[in-house]
Design a protein around this ligand. Structure first.
Ligand code: RP5
Length: 161
């Protein structure tokens, strides 16, 4: 079966954040590919990736970028494959720049925008798994179990430790 989730990011420096999405997909047994595709530094790569995404069998694209974060939106403009955007936390503006760059898409080209940083990347992995689980009962069971385990790990009361 072809890989159905593509994780793309603007730079190698985004990988520590985007790896949180990959970790979740590993935990849930969802195959993925991870690529560096920069809207500014490798625009031709972005164009080819978007042009070929649906034909290659990708079902969801998780796109993370920081600063002037045009990657998720540009990818959404080039493919009908759903794009989940992850605003990478930046030093200068703490990722608010990334968030605003990703979230304010014009009507017609949606990007499902997550929270800033690692929590957003992890949630992007969960969102991608949830989308695939609508047509994959075995994955749906694994995702339900993952969610139940998380709930079960939360203590009833706080401790001083
Ligand atoms: C963006 O610029 C990338 O997504 C990254 O978050 C940011 C900084 O990139 P580097 O200068 O660290 O390569 O395009």
């Amino acid at each position: 079966m072809s890989v159905e989730v593509g994780i793309i990011m603007g730079s190698q420096s985004d990988w520590p954040t985007m790896k949180r999405a990959a970790d979740i997909l590993d935990e849930l047994g969802v195959p993925y590919e991870a690529k560096i595709v920069s809207a500014h530094r490798t625009p031709d790569r972005l164009w080819s990736y978007g042009k070929e995404a649906a034909g290659r069998g990708l079902k969801v694209i998780i796109a993370g970028a920081g600063g002037a974060a045009h990657l998720p939106g540009m990818m959404a403009s080039k493919t009908r494959v759903p794009v989940i955007g992850v605003p990478v936390q930046t030093r200068a503006l703490s990722g608010v720049d990334s968030l605003y760059s990703i979230v304010q898409m014009p009507k017609g080209f949606p990007v499902a925008t997550m929270a800033i940083g690692e929590a957003g990347a992890a949630n992007a992995g969960l969102m991608a798994a949830g989308i695939l689980a609508t047509a994959d009962p075995a994955l749906a069971e694994r995702l339900d179990a993952w969610r139940e385990a998380l709930s079960a790990s939360i203590p009833d009361e706080p401790s001083d430790d």
